[in-house]
Design a protein around this ligand. Structure first.
Ligand SMILES: Cc1ncc(COP(=O)(O)O)c(C=O)c1O
Length: 332
């Protein structure tokens, strides 16, 4: 299967480091904690999305794209990364964002503007019902002017984008070998499913022993069972006919979305703050911080007793932290 992997354009600074969490693990006797620093994949285009865009943007270039269209929330990390990657590749970007023009430009939205993205706003209802169709309508309006626009799905979480995290597994295996560590499990925040799907694909492609878990920060287990299955079915249909993932390969730690997507609670911020003060690493309230909070709750219930080496994938999201200034002021 390895000889038929899709082509990509290198964009990220790889490999990202894997570091031990020596102070964090003092809270969890007997277990070694590690972090994969995918928050360091780039400068402003940092985080997990750039690994997927290495594949998706490559395909867009191969189709002579002029514009990359994608969608997300107002503070979407994926939209920001797409805007910056488009700039890097000499393309334009058009972002279809859920919400309205904000009074204050901050976080990812500010970076979208700096990157020169054209931005359309749609309502949450339009986004939920028809973001894909709306992006295609935008693409048609470019086509009418003779401009080739390529639509990238939310999170670049399609069959092609998921190869970004399959390739990350190869990187992790090489790093683990060099460090003499065998990871029992890897945990990541799951928001549109592509990162987790890619880790599952990489596990199959490279024969990795670690068990892959996603901590969903929106929707629920049934939604992500279906979403990740659809992405992996796409891998089989479009690229690797002999690849098959079983239902039990898609493991979620459900029940940790708290007050909902992009909403935070003091207890979640407390985990993020404790982590920053112990390890000097900043997580974000929407994805990585909420995921670590959920993971620690499960861990403290004894769910992962017996594991020796746990790898937490830091998927980035730093810029999405800044719009939470008011909530941080109540707890810091
Ligand atoms: C910082 C960050 N972490 C994790 C995720 C989740 O990754 P995925 O969309 O591949 O599930 C996202 C996006 O959804 C993200 O922006």
């Amino acid at each position: 299967m390895l000889s038929r992997l899709p082509a990509f354009t290198p964009l990220a600074n790889l490999p990202t480091p894997i570091q031990p969490l020596l102070k964090w693990q003092e809270k969890t006797a007997g277990v070694n904690w590690w972090i994969k620093r995918d928050d360091l994949t780039a400068n402003a285009a940092s985080g997990n999305k750039i690994r997927k865009l290495e594949y998706v943007a490559h395909a867009a270039l191969a189709r002579d794209a002029d514009v990359l269209i994608t969608c997300g929330g107002l503070q979407s990390n994926h939209a920001r990364t797409t805007a910056l990657v488009a700039a890097q590749l000499g393309l334009k970007s058009h972002l279809v964002l859920r919400g309205e023009m904000p009074a204050q430009w901050n976080g990812n939205f500010l970076l979208d503007k700096i990157a020169g993205a054209t931005i359309s706003f749609i309502t949450p209802e339009e986004y939920a019902a028809a973001n894909w169709q709306i992006m295609h309508t935008v693409a048609e309006s470019y086509a009418a002017k003779g401009i080739k626009a390529i639509v990238i799905p939310e999170g670049a979480s399609d069959a092609l984008g998921t190869f970004g995290y399959a390739k990350a597994v190869e990187e992790i295996i090489q790093q683990a070998q060099a460090m003499g560590v065998s990871f029992d499990a890897v945990f990541c925040a799951t928001g549109s499913g592509g990162t987790q799907a890619g880790l599952i694909l990489g596990k199959a492609l490279y024969g990795w022993n670690a068990t892959v878990y996603g901590i969903n920060i929106c929707d629920d287990e049934a939604y992500f069972q279906q979403k990740i299955r659809t992405i992996l079915d796409g891998v089989r249909a479009d690229y690797l006919p002999e690849f098959a993932a079983a239902r039990q390969d898609i493991r979620l730690l459900d029940g940790h979305i708290g007050d909902g997507y992009a909403k935070t609670r003091p207890e979640e911020l407390a985990t993020l703050i404790a982590f920053a003060r112990l390890e000097g690493i900043i997580l974000d309230p929407v994805y990585s911080g909420k995921a670590l909070h959920g993971l620690m709750k499960e861990f403290n219930k004894g769910r992962f007793a017996g594991l020796a080496n746990i790898l937490f994938l830091h998927t980035g999201g730093l810029f999405g932290l800044f719009p939470f200034e008011a909530q941080f002021q109540t707890v810091c």
